[in-house]
Design a protein around this ligand. Structure first.
Ligand code: 2IP
Ligand code: CA
Length: 351
């Protein structure tokens, strides 16, 4: 099995965990419960959403690390897997060898909630066969490292109310949730491969869809050459920037989720996603950037581009200290799907 196939499988398992936590009544109650309830037993996990994130991240490390031991130490994610209860006791959440062992650990973390532990352990240890044709990969896996965002757009995942814009783009809601897994080269810092899984794509929210790239190959059916003249922004984007883009004739659409906005660029629903602030991280951009680079687009540093330096976002291994600071895409980002549109955007923004 190639690393690409292995990552697509874990992205599907991640999507299954995300869907099950919303569809199963018992898990859903845990997902939406308020933090910090006072109980007789000191809980390890006050925030079930974080546990879902950590479990996905650990499942990726376990499954991919088992198949490709040479990269086990180079799989990084947004979350920290050590939980502490009110007595100061610590527990490290991991995926163990068997479903039974993982279940036992989860029972402890979940304050003896056997039903939840059982459900989660079962999906984590499920065998999935995707039966899809993928390219043969002959690269040096030792140079690879991985960034995972287990559930991007967590606010929408927990309580997002679906809103559709006039341009048929989801401004909020479960469609804005994505699982992002990106491979980058530790020597060059460049993204190599990206997987975006959108777990709640179908109307009934039972089925998702996924996209992948590896170097210059990808799963996209058509090349997106037609410009929409549309740009996607975060709802909190700076009004001056919006004004400049509108004046240049762009239609602006707001949507939640860094992964979802990047996906809209990849699919050609919008020409670009612009973010002037420091609110995305390496785990948000590695996968989308790999896919965009496979189709003549990319993700570059916003501030630098305004000054005339077009610099693609670069990746490095994470030593765990000050993760938010170390892994922030400082200076903002511009994700674009073709060079012509990037040129027009930069002209508009430099005015
Ligand atoms: C968030 C999430 C937010 C996004 C932010 C990301 O990741 O994608 O939606 O903000 O940049 O870091 P916005 O929606 O304003 O673009 P997470 O949900 O994983 O914290
Ligand atoms: Ca994120």
């Amino acid at each position: 099995m190639s690393i690409l196939e292995s990552l697509l499988i874990v992205s599907e398992k991640a999507a299954n965990i995300a869907r099950t936590c919303r569809q199963n009544q018992h898990l859903f109650k845990l997902l939406v419960q308020e933090k910090g309830t006072d109980e007789a037993n000191p809980r390890f996990v006050d925030d079930f959403k974080t546990l879902a994130d950590v479990l996905i991240q650990e499942m990726v490390k376990h499954d991919v690390g088992n198949k490709f031991p040479e990269i086990t130490d180079s799989i990084f994610g947004e979350e920290n897997n050590v939980f502490e209860n009110k007595l100061g006791e610590k527990i490290c959440v991991k995926v163990l060898k068997t479903a039974e062992e993982t279940k036992k650990l989860l029972i402890k973390v979940l304050n003896n909630d056997e039903e939840a532990a059982d459900l989660l352990a079962e999906i984590i240890h499920e065998e999935i066969d995707l039966k899809i044709d993928l390219p043969i990969i002959s690269e040096n896996i030792e140079d690879f490292a991985i960034w995972i965002d287990p559930i991007d757009s967590t606010a929408e995942y927990i309580n997002g109310i679906e809103k559709l814009s006039n341009s048929n783009i989801y401004t909020t809601g479960l469609k804005c949730v994505t699982v992002l897994i990106g491979i980058f080269n530790k020597k060059t810092g460049n993204p190599i491969s990206g997987i975006i899984n959108q777990p709640f794509f179908e109307e009934n929210q039972q089925l998702g869809r996924r996209f992948w790239s590896f170097n210059n190959q990808n799963s996209l059916k058509t090349s997106q050459n037609l410009s929409t003249n549309r740009i996607c922004l975060s709802s909190s984007e700076n009004p001056d920037i919006k004004e400049k883009l509108r004046t240049a004739g762009f239609e602006l659409v707001e949507a939640a989720g860094a992964g979802y906005k990047s996906l809209l660029v990849i699919l050609g629903e919008v020409d670009a996603y612009i973010l002037s602030k420091n609110s995305t991280f390496k785990w948000d951009t590695c996968a989308p950037q790999a896919i965009l680079s496979s189709m003549n687009g990319g993700i570059i540093n916003y501030q630098e581009a305004i000054k005339g330096n077009v610099i693609p976002i670069c990746y490095d291994v994470c030593n765990g200290e000050n993760k938010l600071l170390q892994c922030c895409n400082e200076g903002g980002i511009i994700a674009f799907n073709n060079e012509t549109v990037l040129k027009c955007i930069l002209e508009a923004l430099r005015k």
